[in-house]
Ligand binder design. Structure first.
Ligand SMILES: Nc1nc2c(ncn2[C@@H]2O[C@H](COP(=O)(O)OP(=O)(O)O)[C@@H](O)[C@H]2O)c(=O)[nH]1
Ligand SMILES: [Mg+2]
Length: 300
């Protein structure tokens, strides 16, 4: 049997669960998630391989009105992530209200001449019969190839989604090794894990202005096995934010650090020695040079 291989992009409003669903499919944390919108900043490739073939998933930041240069970058990442792929999955929540973001995705996908599948995520939050009006409403607005309700949280119907995707991919050679799960450098994943733990611990306005830069990432052998030394800087936009991130007596930074270290040790399968710093970089989200330094390079 020849194998099916292709590219699939997840697109949809922030917070619908695109990144959670990708992690569920891969069975590993590839992309960070949180209940705060705009958690995902770059498009990230996650690779799924089984006997049927290989799917390269693209997670995108989602559709949002840009408020600064970082927002424009994220917007562009979403647009370019939707181009030239085999199948687009439009992720929605189980509601028959079609909002501005949903309308925009529908318009965007109509112009692309690509197969589009409607994925209704968070199906665990409603009764099965509540899905019917959602399916009806969306299919009256747009010509979807298929509609698949799933739960990224429980994993329900995720296999069915994979079946539908494989059915719609071309036959061909694999793009990546069978063992690969992402093309993201491990240093970048480490930075994202630290950012995720900061997002989870901090409330409101501070998180969106955060960027994490890895200053040092080095493995060494010790008597107890491999140790990875990681030094990272958390950048924020204001002195007051710096105070919040460090916390009283350094408590907040300690909490972020120990949560991050716990997960880094799991993902890297090594002991981790983590050192965190906090620095202020005013208005970096509008500064081309800083954006570049933090890895947000236009067109990449
Ligand atoms: N109940 C429920 N919550 C979910 C599901 N998928 C994602 N979430 C939650 O929705 C929030 C946003 O998820 P995330 O993957 O970061 O959304 P993204 O912005 O679309 O990438 C997180 O708090 C997730 O835990 C799901 O299937 N069911
Ligand atoms: Mg995301």
């Amino acid at each position: 049997m020849s194998r099916k291989c292709g590219f699939v992009t997840f697109i949809g409003r922030p917070n619908v669960g695109k990144s959670t669903l990708i992690n569920k499919i891969i069975g590993q944390k590839i992309v960070i998630t949180s209940n705060k919108p705009q958690t995902t900043r770059k498009k990230i490739r996650a690779i799924y391989t089984d006997d049927r073939g290989q799917i390269v998933f693209l997670d995108t930041p989602g559709i949002n009105k840009p408020k600064n240069k970082l927002g424009s970058y994220m917007r562009n990442e979403t647009g370019t992530g939707a181009e030239g792929v085999d199948v687009l999955c439009h992720l929605i929540e189980p509601s028959d209200y079609i909002g501005d973001s949903e309308k925009e995705v529908i318009n965007m996908t109509k112009g692309l001449n690509t197969k589009v599948i409607l994925v209704i995520n968070k199906a665990d939050t409603v009764k099965a019969e509540e899905l019917l009006p959602v399916i009806r409403k969306y299919n009256s607005e747009c010509d979807f190839l298929a509609t698949v309700p799933v739960s990224a949280k429980t994993g329900k119907n995720v296999d069915e989604l994979l079946n539908v995707l494989f059915d719609n991919l071309p036959e061909g050679p694999m793009f990546y090794d069978e063992e690969s799960v992402t093309d993201q450098p491990v240093k970048e994943i480490a930075a994202e894990i630290i950012r995720e733990k900061a997002l989870h611990s901090l409330s409101e306005e501070v998180p969106h202005g955060i960027a994490v830069v890895i200053e040092k990432f080095k493995e060494r052998q010790s008597e107890k096995g491999v140790i990875t030394d990681i030094e990272a800087t958390i950048y924020c936009e204001r002195d007051s934010h710096k105070g919040i991130i460090i916390g009283k007596g350094g408590q907040m930074l300690k909490k972020i650090g120990s949560n991050a270290r716990y997960e880094l040790e799991k993902e890297l399968d090594s002991k981790v020695n983590l050192q965190l710093w906090v620095k202020v970089n005013k208005d970096w989200r509008n500064d081309d040079k800083s954006l570049k330094n933090f890895g947000f390079i236009p067109g990449e």
